[in-house]
Design a protein around this ligand. Structure first.
Ligand code: AMP
Ligand code: MG
Length: 344
């Protein structure tokens, strides 16, 4: 199969993507968070192709993307009032809500769960595609399962060249990490995955929020979890990643003491001069956390190379979007974190 790439501003983009989705094919789609691997979310055979192409475990459900907030009622029922308030505040945008599913949503889209995850993305071309196809689009991140997510059309082509017919190229994703997921079937609501909509923003609307254990700690593979995706190895390059926490100078001393030929350093732009002899790669500026979220996955993909020994990574501190960056980087590091202030 030849994989075609069509720029988002090409007049054929919407028609071709909608045509492929309607025909049950997969399409690589841009969103403001990451690129998704989309299929007709109401067609079990089309949805099955996502799992096959990505190598995704069958018990890991997908997100159903809708063109307009009002479509939430078509696919969900028993919707709490708080969901409407969140939609009003953050849709279109990087927020996914877990709600009770209507029967119209196939079990394969929701991996057999009684709930479905819905999101209205803040991406003009993809919303026009969904509207034109007149179907909700089920999509996970477009990466091969377990690998860092896709934030450019080139990343999608790299992972799926010859396996999908079409990718719509909308340029690099602005947010760069996947959507925030909040489970509204519980009271208080539960944060299952941090993202571009921050815990602080959610609390301002909801009043209260529980942070799921999987956000901050490693989950055992046999553990029963609310978001099945949380227990799998995630975002990981081929080689081990070690987060070195602590003050800038202390961290540089630790890394220089442990660095071996073939290792790499993933750091903030401000730190590049400190690691001139350690083959450093910057993923953004510490002073602007949005550059870190936007740059993280492209950097992790560049470092996905089995000839690299280890990667020593620097991670931003604090809340807001930094909370999502910490979550992805900690998962990429399998929660291997050393504190440079105390470690030898
Ligand atoms: P991805 O964005 O590639 O990680 O895929 C979608 C994410 O949404 C996965 O982490 C899923 O586990 C999560 N998800 C999808 N549907 C549900 C649901 N009904 N309940 C909880 N989490 C879900
Ligand atoms: Mg993913």
């Amino acid at each position: 199969m030849h994989t075609q790439i069509i720029p988002a501003d090409d007049e054929l983009a919407v028609i071709s993507a909608a045509g492929n989705l309607t025909a049950g094919n997969l399409v690589g789609l841009p969103t403001e968070t990451v690129y998704g691997l989309g299929a007709n979310g109401l067609n079990p055979e089309a949805v099955a192709k996502i799992f096959e192409v990505k190598g995704r475990p069958q018990d890991n459900p997908l997100i159903l993307h809708i063109a307009d907030p009002e479509q939430m009622d078509m696919f969900c029922h028993n919707i709490p009032e708080s969901a409407y308030r969140l939609a009003e505040a953050f849709w279109p945008g990087p927020l996914t809500m877990v709600l009770p599913a209507k029967d119209i949503v196939p079990l394969s889209t929701r991996a057999g769960l009684p709930t479905v995850a819905v999101r209205c993305p803040d991406c003009d071309v993809t919303r026009r595609i969904i509207r034109h196809a007149n179907i909700p689009v089920a999509a996970p991140s477009a990466n091969i399962s377990g690998k860092p997510s896709t934030t450019t059309a080139e990343h999608v082509l790299h992972d799926h060249d010859g396996k999908i017919p079409l990718i719509i190229d909308g340029g690099a994703c602005a947010v760069g990490v996947e959507s925030t997921i909040v489970d509204l079937t519980e009271n208080p609501p539960r944060l299952l995955r941090p993202g571009g909509i921050t815990p602080e923003q959610l609390i301002a609307v909801l009043g209260d929020l529980v942070i799921d254990k999987a956000v901050t700690a490693q989950i055992d593979k046999d553990e029963v979890v609310k978001a099945p995706g949380m227990k799998y190895r995630h975002y990981a390059p081929a080689e081990p990643v070690i987060i070195v926490a602590g003050e800038r100078k202390k961290a540089a001393e630790y890394i220089h003491r442990h660095f071996e030929p073939g290792d790499r350093v993933l750091c903030f732009e401000e730190e590049l001069p400190l690691y001139a002899d350690c083959n450093p790669l910057s993923y953004g500026q510490e002073a602007d956390v949005n550059t870190l979220s936007a740059g993280l996955f492209a950097a992790l993909r560049e470092l996905d190379d089995s000839s690299i020994g280890k990667v020593y990574a620097r991670c931003p501190v604090g809340g807001g979007v930094a909370y999502a960056v910490q979550n992805r980087l900690k998962k990429a590091a399998a929660f291997h974190i050393v504190d440079a202030e105390v470690a030898l």
